[in-house]
Design a protein around this ligand. Structure first.
Ligand SMILES: OC[C@@H]1[C@@H](O)[C@H](O)[C@@H](O)c2nc(-c3ccccc3)cn21
Length: 606
């Protein structure tokens, strides 16, 4: 009859063992290879037995490609994989870290720092489920998310990808994994990979481990921590991720006490696989094994040896796949890497692929294309925006609170000022359409904060927008406006490009604050991937809101500014006074924040 591995009624381990024993070394090594979509032709997939393909940040079939085009591309690559001797389906992975963020017109949710401020794990689980549907709309079944870093220093360019400085809060937000993958079944094995069905996606807990603890927040650098500091600060979210059945774990570029994580067998194998009994597969980061040497790729045979022996099962190569395959083949044939290590890697990869039904459903479900950017998901994102905003000041001493703002203005006009009020790209931040993100309003479909404000106020009200009002403008108009909403902040950035040692509000933000708030009542809305230096302005502003990186549904900001909903957000990380204090986290002996972890004023809806 049919080969056992093709029979979904066979027990999981029967299928794995039946397939494994049929595989040649070349087919096994092919399964361990993940290549970039740009070089994933059907021939390459078939001839090299490639097991996985990725879209790197911004890697799309064509600019502004529609879901149907994504589906065609993924299916074409799959057809190549399935035409190989054993017909093992390939697994396509992509970064969906705040929505399906590479895809034009996808719903873009608040980045994780804002989701941490909602203190709402159930909401975050729903977000995972919604993002899974949008990812499946494009025929993709695997996401490199969530990042469960515990960011301990906001000078780190990726701090916005972290839910919190507090491991317990990050642990709570691992609920997103159950959103992505579906809840583990009641009789399911704890710790085993678990993807409920074809409306779910396999997830990836990243970056293992200690990515958020590097010295001075320098990206990809070194985390100095005792074993117990590691276990109490950076490791806890991995306990929850494993129990929730996360399918994959991605290794961090960073080092732990001087040992590169991509070469760290004690933690990748002995702790994660043996101690925690993680049974999914471990994937490297992008050229992560190349970076084991300086300069990177200086000795690729050594890189492959160290990475695979550390316990990496799948390598995000992503271009030099013939070199990877040749080098790994050599290392196995000369006995440096035992076949048992290869078999462990392939078993784990097959376990995930069988469990998620990839053999039975290798192709996209075309009925899901309508899920991309669906209004229901945008409404969910708008709710997340409302709940992520943190109100830091509301009214000067002895004065009544400024928020919620009235929807009518007695003078008939309000001023909206600042670069970030009318900039969809900046309110989305990095990892949006491109790797680094974009400024401007043409990148995708969404609602700027300015649009949201205009829709919120009564039609008769005149909303005047001035991107960068100078003192003269304010002098001439100070009696015209009842109040001003000033929206300033950081430009989009990702990874090392976001590393920053001073954390001041970029120009011309401060000038706009001085000019406007020195003249009329103002609420400042800060759009940033982390707390910034605001102490110099605290006295002059009437109200201050941390909006983080809200994403496409900017209407959510107006919802709370104008009192349709109350402010409820609580800081997911400490708001420092100056960068010289850093690192400074709740629980430290010396703790002198401007606003402490957990702080957040509240307002009542009208
Ligand atoms: O996009 C794939 C992965 C992503 O999942 C990881 O979180 C992230 O660390 C990452 N950096 C690069 C990357 C870095 C520098 C140049 C080119 C690509 C690629 N990736």
């Amino acid at each position: 009859g049919a080969a056992k591995y093709k029979d979904p009624k066979q027990p999981l381990n029967t299928r794995i063992n039946d397939l494994l024993r049929r595989m040649t070394l070349a087919e096994k090594i092919g399964q361990m290879s993940q290549i970039e979509r740009e070089n994933a032709t059907a021939d390459v997939m078939r001839n090299y037995f490639i097991g996985s393909v990725l879209s790197g940040g911004g890697s799309v079939p064509s600019p502004n490609a529609a879901p149907a085009e994504w589906v065609r591309m993924v299916n074409e690559i799959q057809r190549g994989a399935l035409s190989s001797r054993l017909g093992i389906p390939m697994l396509y992975g992509i970064d969906a870290v705040h929505g399906h963020n590479n895809v034009y017109r996808a719903t873009i949710f608040p980045h994780n720092i804002g989701l941490g401020c909602t203190r709402d794990p159930e909401l975050v689980q729903k977000i995972g489920a919604a993002v899974a549907l949008e990812v499946r709309a494009t025929g993709i079944p695997y996401v490199f998310a969530p990042c469960i870093a515990v960011c301990r220093d906001p000078r780190w360019g990726r701090c916005y990808e972290s839910f919190s400085e507090d491991p317990k809060l990050v642990q709570q937000m691992t609920s997103i994994i159950s959103g992505f993958q579906g809840e583990i079944p009641a009789n399911g094995r704890l710790g085993a990979p678990s993807v409920s069905g074809q409306r779910n996606v396999a997830a990836c807990a990243k970056h293992y481990v200690g990515d958020g603890g590097t010295t001075n927040g320098i990206n990809e650098n070194n985390t100095v921590a005792t074993f117990h500091e590691l276990l109490s600060i950076h490791m806890p979210p991995y306990y929850n991720a494993v129990i929730r059945g996360v399918s994959t774990v991605m290794v961090s570029f960073s080092s732990l006490n001087g040992v590169k994580m991509h070469a760290n067998r004690p933690f990748v194998t002995d702790f994660l696989k043996t101690k925690l009994r993680f049974r999914g597969f471990v994937i490297s980061d992008y050229e992560g094994i190349d970076r084991l040497t300086t300069p990177q790729h200086a000795d690729y045979v050594l890189s492959v040896k160290l990475g695979i022996l550390a316990g990496i099962d799948m390598v995000m190569i992503p271009y030099r796949y013939t070199e990877f395959i040749d080098d790994l083949t050599l290392l196995v044939q000369n006995g440096t890497i035992p076949m048992s290590r290869i078999d462990d890697a392939v078993r784990r990869i097959l376990r995930v692929k069988f469990t998620m039904g990839l053999f039975e459903h290798p192709y996209a479900d075309p009925s899901l294309t309508g899920e991309l950017g669906k209004q229901e998901h945008r409404d969910l994102a708008r709710e997340a925006v409302r709940k992520s905003l943190v109100l830091l000041k509301n009214g000067k001493p002895g004065e009544k609170p400024l928020l919620p703002l009235p929807k009518k203005a007695y003078g008939g006009s309000i001023l909206v000022a600042g670069s970030h009020a009318d900039d969809l790209g900046s309110q989305c931040g990095g990892w949006t359409i491109t790797w680094q993100g974009l400024t401007g309003n043409n990148l995708t479909a969404g609602t700027t904060m300015l649009d949201g404000i205009k829709r919120a106020v009564e039609p008769a009200i005149d909303v005047v927008y001035a991107k960068n009002p100078d003192a003269g403008f304010m002098q001439q108009n100070k009696v015209r406006f009842d109040y001003a909403i000033v929206v300033v902040g950081e430009p989009p950035y990702a990874e090392t490009f976001g590393d920053n040692l001073n954390l001041t509000i970029p120009a011309p933000g401060p000038d706009v604050i001085w000019n406007v708030c020195g003249s009329i009542k103002c609420v400042v809305v800060l759009v940033s991937g982390r707390p910034l230096v605001v102490e110099p302005y605290i006295g002059i502003v009437d109200a201050l809101v941390a909006a983080w990186l809200p994403g496409t549904e900017g209407q959510g900001v107006a919802d709370v500014l104008f009192g349709d909903y109350g402010f409820t957000g609580k800081l997911s990380r400490t708001w420092f006074r100056s960068a010289e204090q850093l690192p400074m986290n709740a629980g430290d002996a010396h703790y002198d924040p401007l606003f402490p972890f957990g702080f957040g004023l509240e307002t009542q809806p009208w």
